[in-house]
Design a protein around this ligand. Structure first.
Ligand SMILES: *Cc1c(COP(=O)(O)O)cnc(C)c1O
Length: 407
């Protein structure tokens, strides 16, 4: 009896000490992420620490996060359909509007049907396990999002990884999977790599998939709503939309920025996910307000050629001016424009100084990006004016000179 109590105390004490020492280690490594408090809504400009600052670090690509039509649609949906569902979808959590949103998403991204999840994280977490088993193989880009990595871990299929955007390595991994006797091979990639601002080479990926009779899955979180014709995503952008078997994406970025994720695919895949995907079966239905807002966001995105034009013009202007100023940029053809700085401390100090200059940016360092490849990732959005962009560049030049990153 006494022994059990003693062990329990020791075990708990040791555990809490371990938590403290992990926290201390994170601080010592300079990797502590503190959350800035924003007062008021998300937008091209946000209120931080008593000041209005230009916001270059939200996924608010189309500037819809506080769009009056979305806010009103969300209000209306709540007035009509209430605040919460208090149920998973299959028990008593499906309203007509949930199905309508799923059909509208499917029509937009060009799939038979779609299925909503609480987040794209859940969509990726739940999509693999019901579809693939130990006889199958998944080949994943090395820079794929954490939720894809977790989803693959929850699935019994064999795992292969190819060096990011390296098509020769992808082909090599596919051959290895086939030689190992994989029944079904699924190649999975982010449509856009969010730390680097590059699009995946979907045409080449689809070619390799054809060679091996493989399926292709694309996570379009940083594309849905603004990449490709009408913002229909990277598959449409590259003209290979019909070859993509599974699309996952989020309602939490360009489409209004609230919450929710989805999988779009052929009808039988969506039907099977509704029966088997665990984050769908065992988690609450999206709230009516979110569904109503998302439907308005989707409509604004579909009709948002003007927004997409401003977004692209802003990105062009920023990239050109920053390049001219001498900054080392990465990425291409996307409003994510990382400013490469190398050293983690330099990057975070520069981000601090930028805030003092009225521009809110975030530094990213290991383990989010490779060691020695710290950067400030900027993201343009359609709510910015050319004046805003120029002001941001000016601030970068001031901070960059001080840090001796540019002359
Ligand atoms: C943001 C993101 C997610 C997660 O989306 P949520 O809906 O916020 O969970 C998944 N995949 C990628 C590539 C993302 O960028």
């Amino acid at each position: 009896m006494g022994g059990v109590a003693y062990c329990e105390v020791m075990g708990r004490t040791a555990f809490y000490e371990r938590v403290d020492s992990t926290l201390e280690q994170i601080r010592d490594d300079g990797l502590w992420k503190s959350e800035r408090l924003i007062d008021g809504p998300q937008g091209g400009t946000v209120h931080v620490g008593g000041n209005d600052v230009l916001n270059l670090c939200a996924n608010n690509y189309l500037g819809l996060a506080n769009h009056p039509e979305i806010v009103e649609a969300s209000h209306d949906a709540m007035a009509e359909s209430g605040y919460g569902m208090a149920s998973v979808r299959f028990i008593c959590g499906t309203q007509t509007q949930h199905r309508e949103l799923e059909h509208e998403i499917a029509e937009y991204i060009g799939t038979d049907d779609s299925i909503l999840f609480a987040a794209c994280f859940d969509a990726n977490g739940g999509v693999f396990e019901p579809l693939l088993d130990q006889n199958d193989a998944i080949i994943s880009d090395s820079l794929n999002h954490a939720s894809i990595i977790d989803g693959i871990r929850l699935c019994k299929a064999s795992r292969y990884r190819f060096a990011t955007r390296d098509i020769a390595d992808l082909r090599c991994q596919a051959a290895t999977a086939r030689d190992a006797g994989a029944e079904t091979i699924l190649i999975v990639t982010d449509g856009v790599f969010s730390m680097d601002g590059y699009l995946a080479d979907l045409p080449s990926i689809c070619e390799v998939a054809d060679e091996f009779g493989a399926l292709v899955m694309v996570d379009d979180a940083h594309a849905t709503g603004f990449i490709g014709p009408d913002g229909r995503g990277t598959g449409a952008h590259h003209g290979v939309g019909d070859r993509i078997d599974i699309v996952t994406s989020t309602l939490g970025k360009a489409l209004g920025g609230a919450m929710g994720g989805f999988v779009g695919a052929r009808q039988n895949i969506v039907d099977l996910l509704r029966q088997r995907a665990r984050p769908y079966l065992f988690s609450n239905a999206l709230s009516p307000g979110l569904v109503g807002g998302a439907r308005a966001g989707l409509r604004l995105a579909r009709e948002g050629d003007d927004l997409r034009r401003s977004l692209a013009a802003n990105a062009d202007r920023f990239r050109t001016a920053m390049h001219t100023a001498g900054f080392d940029l990465t990425g291409e053809g996307h409003p994510i424009i990382p400013v490469m700085l190398g050293d983690a401390t330099a990057a975070s100090q520069m981000a601090e100084q930028m805030l003092e200059l009225g521009v809110y940016v975030t530094a990213f360092s290991y383990p989010v990006v490779p060691l020695g490849a710290a950067r400030i990732r900027t993201q343009m959005n359609a709510a910015h004016s050319f004046d805003d962009i120029d002001r941001a560049v000016d601030a970068f030049v001031v901070a960059g000179r001080q840090a001796e990153v540019v002359r």
